[in-house]
Write a protein that binds this ligand. Structure first.
Ligand SMILES: [Ca+2]
Ligand SMILES: [Ca+2]
Ligand SMILES: [Ca+2]
Length: 440
């Protein structure tokens, strides 16, 4: 265990003192670490403290065993020839108490997970970081609502928006259900997706609240920017959402009091090139405002060069992996993909999808639930959450926030075969945070 004790005492890690041996009809022995001063009466100390030598320790100290560790430590510490004596406590990576954590394989399982507990063990939680989820909007959920902050509704088309108006200050997801034929001839009916809720939960669902699952950066805030409604969202609205989310000016809209340094766009559509409107918005967010823009590669099992914003310049295009750390069957791929992250595959095994917060209302919201979804939409918030952890780690270590270019440089991944065309490979949260901390 290389991490500091302060981090280990936090919400993620816990420590436990356990009996190391268990002799019959006697108190089990417990271990103590003791450091004697120069010239100490070591034999006398062992006798008086009723301890026996077990092993050498670091720092010139040694490990002793006692059947009453507390009393032995008291006796040792009272001696002038002892520098310190403390219990040799057992530290372990302990899972958060969220009951769905065991099902969130995408965070911890090998080889398909992102080594999230080890990243948390380095200190960061996302505290103080805001991630804009540019998606279907905000939906209340007991495992997420406390982490929502601000937001805006950028959907201009009242029919798409279902709230009876155009842009307004209320980012609530009204449901994106479609009637048969509503979004084009032959397009079938579809229930509400609550897509933004699922994505936001992967970024920052509440951890260690004995409820549901957790997000990647559970102390970060999510700024819900509503751009997707029934039938999707327009380029103009998505571009406005990008600029506003990062703190830029959008005509007719009040300034964002909660600008985000990380933007998550789990959305896309076919386009042979990145539209000028979108590229300009990304440039503003990235170059003028310092926001890292993470976008989904797309789910067409094709080269991501034909999907936008995946094919825009200056974004972190994210492909999806399955539970076995292979590129997911549906994921786009290719040279514009910077990295891959778990997007899961719900077929044939539903549990191999990404588990996050959802609502079960077929039209308007009903009960808060959790559900497995698959997609590059699910992979993207893993990256956005890790970016928030990286930035928080910078703050914790007294260093400047990373620029978008530095974020990409220091995002680390487990290498995948070149044939996967998955960029750097499978996101490695621990190595990314480590790199962020080490960078000048
Ligand atoms: Ca509206
Ligand atoms: Ca939780
Ligand atoms: Ca790219």
């Amino acid at each position: 265990m290389r991490t500091g004790l302060a981090a280990l005492l936090g919400a993620v890690m816990a420590l436990a003192v356990v009996p190391l041996t268990a002799a019959a009809q006697e108190e089990p022995e417990q271990e103590i670490i003791v450091k004697f001063r120069e010239g100490a009466s070591r034999a006398d100390a062992l006798e008086k403290s009723r301890t026996r030598a077990v092993a050498d320790a670091t720092d010139g100290a040694e490990v002793l065993a006692s059947r009453d560790a507390a009393e032995s430590i008291r006796v040792l510490m009272a001696r002038g020839d002892v520098e310190y004596a403390e219990p040799n406590i057992v530290l372990e990576t302990m899972a958060p108490n969220d009951p769905l954590w065991p099902s969130q394989w995408h965070y911890w399982e090998s080889p398909g997970g992102i080594d999230l507990p080890l990243a948390w063990g380095l200190g960061p939680s996302g505290l103080g970081q805001r991630v804009a989820v540019i998606d279907t909007g905000r939906t209340a959920h007991p495992d997420l609502s406390a982490n929502y902050i601000g937001g805006y509704d950028f959907i201009s088309n009242a029919g798409f928006a279902k709230d009876g108006n155009g842009r307004d200050a209320n980012p609530t997801d009204q449901g994106d259900w479609q009637l048969a034929g509503q979004c084009g001839p032959g397009v079938p009916a579809r229930p509400s997706s609550w897509h933004g809720l699922h994505v936001a939960g992967t970024v920052a669902a509440l951890r260690n609240n004995a409820t549901g699952g957790t997000g990647v950066a559970p102390l970060a805030k999510v700024v819900p920017v509503r751009v997707l409604g029934t039938c999707g969202g327009t380029l103009a609205d998505i571009a406005a959402g990008i600029v506003w989310a990062a703190g830029g000016a959008v005509p007719g809209v009040p300034a964002n009091p909660n600008p985000a340094r990380t933007l998550n766009l789990s959305l896309g559509g076919p386009s042979a090139a990145c539209p000028v409107t979108l590229q300009n918005a990304i440039n503003t967010a990235r170059n003028a405002l310092g926001a890292t823009v993470v976008v989904a590669a797309g789910n067409a099992a094709a080269n991501a060069s034909g999907t936008t914003p995946a094919n825009c310049v200056g974004v972190i295009t994210t492909g999806a992996t399955d539970r076995s750390a292979n590129r997911a069957s549906y994921s786009n791929f290719g040279a514009t993909v910077e990295i891959c992250a778990p997007g899961g595959e719900t077929s044939p095994v539903v549990a191999n999808g990404v588990l996050s917060t959802l609502n079960n209302g077929p039209t308007v919201p009903a009960a808060s639930i959790y559900k497995h979804y698959q997609g590059t939409s699910m992979a993207t918030p893993h990256v956005a959450g890790v970016v928030a952890l990286m930035q928080h780690a910078r703050v914790q270590n007294g260093k400047a926030l990373l620029t978008p270019a530095q974020v990409l440089l220091h995002l680390k991944a487990k290498v995948m075969p070149p044939a996967a065309q998955c960029g750097k490979g499978l996101l490695d949260a621990r190595a990314s945070v480590q790199a962020a901390i080490a960078a000048p």
